[in-house]
Design a protein around this ligand. Structure first.
Ligand SMILES: C[S@@+](CC[C@H](N)C(=O)[O-])C[C@H]1O[C@@H](n2cnc3c(N)ncnc32)[C@H](O)[C@@H]1O
Ligand SMILES: COc1cc(O)c(CC=C(C)C)c(O)c1C(=O)/C=C/c1ccc(O)cc1
Length: 350
């Protein structure tokens, strides 16, 4: 019996140690990208020995230290991101399937998201989580960085670029599903505006897939300043709380989860005013929280919810919470479909 208790104690302590060290996975991921390791192995075209890998990693004293590199690679193999196989008696390191998303510069690279989420400043609001439990409206982001996230982005062009690149990266991963699996959604639409559309990634995909739609992207001036020009997309600068450009369809991806309920209702009411008097629709791309379950993606959705609370005072919502917002803003009906492992499309009708 005593040994059964001991086993349970040890399992509980081990569980806690694994949470205590939870930060290590994302920070090792960040370092490995900064060291260019996924790109070096990818460009080599096959698994590499440690010494070959070390010789290609620049370090102040020449090649990287073998023992230190070995220990980092051992952890990455343990994370199932890299492979280790013995060829002719020597260990060779290769990319496991998820590591292709760690290679830079291709359409589905997740590197911009990883560099954004692990940005030192971005992580600082997490140190203020406990202070955010009162009912005051100051976010943890404001406590950590002295101003709200959107003002901060407008005053820090480098961080603005890191953030915009991360949003564009997330959008690129989703767009082929959105344009190919929601064809019916784009039928009968002559004009579409992507409100809070960032650098224009989503709307550019839509314009390419549906050239008959007149597409615009609407965002704050500092985001426009950080955006490329696309001939098929009109760019409009402004504040969605003051004005929303008129269109048959208003797209908002990852916008309402940035805001508290009263602000969402204001934005949705403004959208309603911008739709044609005889119809039109708002297309939301957002997380929909289900009843909490052991589903593997539940953790991502719940962490995203905390992320929104900390960074901008927003939240992830259940279908019931979406329904309340939609009706409170004066819309009459909606439908929901699932797009990928976290994102859903909610079509909202006046
Ligand atoms: C989380 S990002 C989403 C970007 C894009 N929709 C996407 O999913 O890639 C939120 C966007 O809302 C924009 N935004 C914030 N406040 C705004 C406002 N008052 N008016 C217009 N856009 C705003 C931000 O600049 C940012 O580009
Ligand atoms: C306001 O912060 C965010 C808003 C978002 O809508 C997303 C997208 C979320 C999902 C697709 C689930 C975000 O990822 C964020 C952030 O995580 C913000 C990151 C950030 C903030 C400030 C910085 O200097 C760097 C990164």
């Amino acid at each position: 019996m005593a040994s059964e208790n001991l086993k349970q104690d040890q399992a509980a302590q081990a569980k806690l140690w694994s949470f205590i060290y939870g930060f290590a996975e994302s920070l090792v991921l960040k370092s490995v990208i900064q060291l260019d390791i996924p790109d070096i192995i990818h460009n080599h075209g096959k698994p590499m020995t440690l010494s070959n890998l070390a010789s290609r990693i620049p370090s102040p004293n020449g090649a990287a230290d073998h023992d230190r590199l070995f220990r980092i690679m051992r952890y990455l193999v343990h994370m199932n991101l890299f492979t280790k196989e013995s060829i002719d008696g020597e260990d060779h390191y290769g990319l496991a399937p998820p590591a292709k998303y760690l290679v830079k510069g291709w359409e589905k690279s997740m590197v911009p998201s990883i560099l954004c989420i692990t940005d030192k400043e971005f992580m600082s609001p997490w140190y203020h989580l406990k202070e955010g439990l009162g009912n005051e409206s100051t976010t943890a982001f404001e406590k950590a960085l002295g101003m709200n996230i959107w003002d901060y982005m407008s005053k820090n062009p480098k961080k603005n670029n890191i953030f915009n690149e991360a949003m564009a990266c997330d959008t690129r991963l989703l767009m082929s599903a959105l344009v190919s699996e929601c064809k019916d959604m784009f039928q009968g639409i002559k004009s579409l505006v992507d409100v809070g559309g960032g650098t224009g990634t989503a709307v550019r995909h839509i314009a390419k897939a549906y050239p008959h739609i007149n597409c615009s992207v609407y965002d704050l001036p500092h985001v426009a300043a950080d955006s490329p020009t696309y001939p098929e997309v009109t760019r409009i600068e402004g504040d969605m709380f003051k004005f929303i450009p008129k269109a048959d369809a208003i797209l908002m991806k990852c916008i309402l989860h940035d805001w508290a309920d009263d602000e969402c209702i204001k934005i949705l009411k403004k959208c309603k005013e911008a739709l044609p008097s005889n119809g039109g629709k708002v297309i939301l791309v957002e997380v929909v929280l289900n009843a909490l379950s052991e589903h593997p993606y539940t953790k991502i959705r719940m962490v995203s919810d905390l992320d929104m609370m900390l960074n901008c005072g927003g939240k992830e919502r259940t279908e019931g919470e979406w329904k309340n917002l939609i009706y409170a803003a004066g819309f009459s009906r909606y439908n929901i479909r699932q797009l990928d492992f976290t994102q859903y499309v909610i079509e909202v009708y006046p």
